[in-house]
Design a protein around this ligand. Structure first.
Ligand code: 5GP
Ligand code: MN
Length: 355
């Protein structure tokens, strides 16, 4: 087995489909009230998937509302329908009422109930039919219907298949195609990872046939940062990066003061964690950002180093094999120190990899 095959054999893909026919029947037979929820710190896949799904279901006659546990970055706010998304912590009473009175709840792009933060309480008290559509491994969400496939690039790709499979393909138009394309593009780092399946490109080809402007979607998302954000990135790479060549690892961090100095806005640090991976030889990258009451942690890796289990073991998190996140409730300094102290035990694993 060569190195590439070894890596592939370690990436365990699994597909879980349950209760799908019952759900599709319910959707086809009567129009109802549907709530669509995605995870805390929504990213491009979370927002693109929920918007695409919402538009398809709304056109089929359902009353649909998207709810998110916190605000999402400005570079996603131009997506069709994004201004109608209901955001916590504002709108708490409205969100509780919507969840209590709906017939179906969709959980989109997450595998653990805790990722909904405060929304998980009203959800646990709701009698609605619950549905999960997701591509993270080992889902632990109790639902009536589950479409979980870790082999797909993104939840947006899965949502596209779900829409078509549910007989709603005729409702897809350029707005839906834009949202789903944005989800696939952002979750694959513009087709640089999680995107080796030909199926992904068949989906993308289908979406492009709706006449969407792929280049415009790219620059509206990636060339949409403020001057302050660009300077913050420069500062972070210059002043807040530590390189551990012996462990093929690099980390970045930002404290509260750094964020204030550069007028930090939601989403400004999106993608920072990827930069260290472009240093030759680096295969594990970490980013720590000090929030009001915790430190948000992001990990990325190349090859078979499982950052999802690393995050689950030490930083209360999870995610994918090569992209994960978590939270630390210690100070920034002790969180960084904890990370530094963990590296030696992974020396062999981190060095057992050929590019
Ligand atoms: P990011 O670093 O971009 O926030 O997240 C990368 C991946 O890790 C995403 O797939 C996301 O769903 C997952 N993730 C991020 N933060 C958390 C977290 O706090 N808990 C868990 N379980 N997954 C997370
Ligand atoms: Mn995703």
């Amino acid at each position: 087995m060569d190195a590439a095959e070894k890596v592939m054999s370690l990436i365990k893909n699994s597909v879980i489909i349950k209760g799908l026919e019952q759900l599709q029947k319910k959707i086809a037979e009567s129009s109802g009230k549907i709530v669509i929820i995605t995870h805390f710190n929504p990213d491009g896949d979370a927002i693109g998937s929920t918007l695409g799904l919402k538009m398809a279901l709304a056109r089929a006659g359902h009353t649909c509302t998207i709810i998110v546990p916190n605000d999402f970055p400005a570079f996603l706010k131009w997506l069709p329908g994004a201004h109608e998304i209901i955001i916590l912590p504002r709108n708490k009473a409205k969100i509780t009422a919507l969840i209590q009175s709906c017939d179906i709840i969709f959980f989109i792009d997450f595998n653990d109930i805790r990722r909904m933060k405060a929304i998980s309480l009203p959800v646990s008290q709701s009698a609605a039919l619950k549905v999960l559509i997701d591509h993270h491994p080992d889902p632990v969400v109790k639902v009536d219907c589950m479409v979980s496939d870790t082999s797909v690039s993104s939840t947006a790709e899965l949502v596209y298949r779900f829409i078509v499979n549910s007989g709603l393909g005729n409702y897809i138009d350029d707005d839906i195609a834009v949202c789903l394309f944005a989800g696939i593009m952002t979750d694959t780092g513009c087709f640089s990872y999680n995107s080796s399946s030909p199926d992904t490109y068949n989906t993308v080809a289908d979406l492009l046939r709706f006449g969407i402007n792929k280049d415009r979607i790219y620059y509206r998302i990636y060339d949409n940062f403020s001057f302050d954000r660009m300077r913050l990135l420069g500062f972070c790479l210059n002043e807040r990066m530590e390189f551990f060549p012996g462990y093929r690892t690099a980390m970045l961090w930002l404290n509260r003061k750094d964020q204030e100095n550069y007028n930090f806005q939601t989403g400004d640090s999106e993608g920072f964690v990827n930069y260290p991976l472009s240093i030759k030889g680096v295969r594990f990258s970490a980013f720590f950002i000090e929030k009001e009451d915790h430190v948000k942690v992001s990990f990325r890796s190349k090859g078979n180093f499982p950052v999802n289990t690393f995050s689950a073991n030490y930083f209360n998190g999870g995610g994918h094999l090569n992209a994960s996140g978590g939270e630390s409730y210690e100070t920034l300094e002790s969180t960084l120190e904890k990370f530094r102290r963990l590296l030696p035990q992974y020396r062999d694993e981190l060095n057992d990899y050929n590019e």
